[in-house]
Design a protein around this ligand. Structure first.
Ligand SMILES: Nc1ncnc2c1ncn2[C@@H]1O[C@H](COP(=O)(O)OP(=O)(O)OP(=O)(O)O)[C@@H](O)[C@H]1O
Length: 589
């Protein structure tokens, strides 16, 4: 499907529910434009009536009534046109706000259904620009452009019909330059489109860069790269500027060009009208009336072309936005496994059996990994950085699916378990603990919103964070977003552990929860982890070997292969890779 078709389909989908409102707007536009098109005929008639009246004055048989009635009719049509526009505008504003609201809501819901892969491969800022820049462009265009297109389209066609009904010769003169105008417009619009499309993509890249740099601010400062960061920004910003300039130039030049052609056309129409009077084809009174009428029609004929070209960039930006949003909607959803099994609790254990996996087809990360975690046991995975530890966690939770082999939960392939059910039974403490805006209590009960305050406090106690929370002036009611309550990495991890304790998952994955913290906090986290692991089946991904000495089993992973397996003492005896890792680490402590 071409980009334009995709964008139009997207609009159609979101405007369909508002077909009643759209019909009202079309009908009102018809009335308004029709009235505006008819009104100039009365302008011509009133001039003819006035000229005739002035001529008849000398003869003594003058009647002014025809003039007044033509003038009154003209006024009535213009008023009708205005009232219809006013009502149409009100109706349209409402369904535009509603439909863009639907788009925004669907976009956000879509994000909550998509594969994690999408977020791993798209920058936050780029995704954010869909909500800001793209949806803004769509809203602007729907508010300003769609109405213009409908009403100007009707005006355009209506004007041509009426012009031919009034006088075919002057009508032909008025529209004679149209083919030339159309060719120039199409060439310029095509050019503009390329750059306006590019503009949106460049804005997405710029937003991506900005969020990345803001998130990495501390790294930038400590490496003394603030100026380089600004220089990098300038490169992205210049790309936006260049695309913006070219896009606006090509789309903007249409407007003055059309205005110029309109004036030229006006002169031709007046000359033709004058020639008709001089050559005796029409009387002076009729000729003057025709000139005035066609001066007006020349304007109403050109106005749609001028207006549509002047809002072309707006339309194009909206089409680009709709294309970008449609592309997000096209992304596959996570498969919810509707007919999958519901599981509740763990009876036997979790197993990885000969798992092969790569994030990309051409680079395998795990090469036939088998790990078994029996019920009630704690298995730790250790290994050098990049060996695939976190990848295993991503697979158990079905953030990604294995390429071959399988992962089983009580001997059922996890791909045959309802996704929600699987995740309800697997608790995760991530390396980067995330706190959401709200109170500390809200954060602890995040996975179990109906938890009582006693349960929250009990979880916090087990996670060794209760005393710290109590020491804050607002205690559990402290707002996480308060600038006065900036939490350390360790504190965030403890709150995150409390959150997991509260959900009481049968199977638990702890991903490097002890990195980046001081020794006191580390000890606290260790105790919290022991509390959360106790009696629970768990899978611990750790860098600091000290924290996993008591694990029932340690699996050593290297370059995506399990190379050693056993408990701490067994592995030390083997004097293999684990022994080396352990002695290297303890030598530094
Ligand atoms: N989303 C991703 N897309 C593509 N490749 C990825 C992705 N995440 C990780 N990788 C690659 O997979 C390999 C294993 O990464 P993984 O995060 O599992 O290692 P790890 O053992 O947990 O490392 P660390 O101890 O540093 O956290 C690495 O080579 C990494 O570059």
């Amino acid at each position: 499907m071409t980009d334009t078709k995709k964008a139009i389909k997207y609009f159609a989908k979101y405007l369909k529910p508002y077909w009643k409102g759209i019909t009202v707007v079309i009908v009102l536009s018809l009335i308004s434009s029709g009235a505006a098109v008819i009104a100039p005929t009365f302008l011509g008639r009133s001039v003819t009536a006035l000229t005739t009246y002035l001529g008849d004055l000398k003869k003594g048989s003058a009647h002014i009534d025809t003039f007044y009635s033509a003038l009154g009719s003209m006024l009535a049509f213009y008023v009708l046109s205005m009232v219809a526009i006013f009502i149409a505008w009100m109706v349209m504003s409402k369904f535009n706000a509603d439909s863009t609201n639907d788009m925004r809501e669907n976009l956000f819901s879509k994000f909550q259904r998509m594969f994690v892969r999408y977020f791993d491969t798209h920058q936050d800022g780029k995704l954010l620009s869909l909500f800001t820049s793209d949806l803004d462009n769509i809203f602007n265009a729907m508010n300003n452009a769609i109405f213009e297109i409908i009403s100007q389209g009707i005006r355009f066609i209506g004007t041509i019909i009426i012009m031919f009904m009034v006088n075919a010769q002057l009508a032909l003169t008025t529209i004679a330059t149209t083919p030339f105008i159309l060719i120039v417009s199409i060439i310029l619009m095509k050019k503009a489109r390329i750059y306006l499309d590019k503009q949106q993509d460049e804005i997405g890249d710029l937003n991506g860069y900005i969020t990345e740099q803001i998130n990495g601010e501390k790294v930038i400062i400590t490496n003394g790269l603030r100026q380089e960061s600004v220089d990098g920004f300038k490169i992205y910003n210049n790309r936006v500027r260049s695309a913006m300039f070219k896009g606006q130039f090509y789309s903007g030049i249409l407007f003055p060009l059309m205005n110029g052609l309109n004036l030229l056309n006006l002169a031709i129409v007046i000359a033709m009208g004058a020639w008709m009077i001089i050559s005796g084809q029409v009387t002076t009174a009729i000729g003057l009336g025709l000139i005035v009428t066609f001066v007006e029609y020349s304007q109403t004929y050109f106005e749609p072309i001028t207006q549509v070209t002047s809002i072309y960039s707006m339309i194009q930006l909206a089409l680009t936005g709709a294309r970008r949003l449609a592309e997000v909607e096209e992304q596959p959803d996570e498969k919810a496994v509707p007919n999958g099994e519901e599981i509740s609790g763990l009876n036997k254990g979790v197993k990885l059996e000969n798992v092969h996996f790569g994030y990309n087809k051409n680079k395998e990360i795990l090469h036939g990994v088998s790990v078994a975690v029996d019920k009630g046991k704690s298995v730790a995975v250790v290994g050098p950085t990049g060996s695939g530890k976190t990848t295993i966690m991503n697979l158990i939770n079905r953030f990604y699916d294995v390429d071959s082999g399988k992962i089983t939960f009580d001997e059922t392939d996890i791909r045959d378990i309802k996704l929600g059910s699987l995740r309800n039974n697997v608790g995760i403490v991530l390396q980067d603990s995330v706190l959401f805006s709200g109170t500390i209590a809200d954060n602890i009960r995040y996975g179990k919103p109906d938890a009582t305050m006693d349960e929250v406090i009990s979880a916090a106690k087990q996670a060794n964070i209760h005393d710290f929370i109590e020491s804050l002036p607002e205690g559990y009611e402290t707002q996480v977003s308060d600038s006065g309550s900036v939490f350390s990495t360790g504190q965030k991890q403890l709150i995150s552990i409390a959150r997991t304790i509260l959900t009481n998952p049968p199977f638990l994955i702890l991903d490097e929860a002890t990195s980046n913290v001081d020794t006191v906090t580390e000890e606290k986290i260790q105790k919290a982890m022991d509390a959360v692991i106790a009696g629970r089946t768990s899978f611990v991904i750790a860098h600091r070997l000290k924290t996993i000495l008591n694990s029932d089993k340690i699996v050593v992973l290297k370059d995506g292969n399990v190379i050693e397996e056993g408990n701490h003492h067994e592995l030390l005896k083997q004097k293999g890779f684990y022994y080396k890792l352990y002695t290297d680490q303890t030598a530094f402590e």
